[in-house]
Design a protein around this ligand. Structure first.
Ligand code: 5GP
Ligand code: ZN
Length: 138
């Protein structure tokens, strides 16, 4: 997608307003317009990457340093009991804005957030094969 057609490129550049918590040369952190819970915010690189598969190494390496700082500040300032960090890639995974972003979702007793899956069963042989094939491609 071209930058001029991308909502989060425009928000990142400040061309569309957002309630911004933090920005630097590489990222903008702003509140989600439809929050899952109080304080739900998004960490968005200013450069366009569709998803985690496209993310470059410099951005990826800075991302979690920032995420952990934002998490600590949220913990201090919101009366949260926990925090889910969610990052959707692909329509099937729930991605609706195709510019990489990381959700920071505070958790409170009695909230309506749901990020739980049904635990499955693993086949040990299959896991060993997958560990090798995925590991060999890193
Ligand atoms: P996704 O479903 O792609 O993981 O998450 C996209 C998120 O972007 C959603 O939680 C949605 O509420 C949020 N969002 C969509 N449009 C806007 C907008 O214009 N401004 C802000 N602040 N958030 C947005
Ligand atoms: Zn973009």
């Amino acid at each position: 997608m071209k930058k001029e057609d991308c909502l989060f490129c425009k928000i990142g550049a400040g061309e569309i307003p957002s309630t911004t918590i933090y920005e630097d040369d590489d990222f903008r952190v702003f509140f989600d317009v439809s929050p899952a819970s109080k304080g739900h915010c998004l960490i968005v690189p200013k450069e366009h990457f569709d998803d985690v598969f496209a993310l470059d190494e410099p951005t990826a390496s800075k991302l979690f340093v920032l995420a952990s700082k934002v998490a600590r500040s949220m913990k201090k300032e919101l009366n949260l009991e926990g925090l889910n960090i969610v990052q959707n890639n692909g329509t099937i995974a729930g991605q609706t804005v195709f510019h990489f972003h990381m959700h920071m979702i505070p958790r409170y007793a009695g909230d309506t957030v749901n990020v739980k899956w049904i635990p499955g069963e693993a086949d040990t042989n299959e896991l060993q094969e997958l560990a090798k094939s995925i590991g060999d491609n890193l």
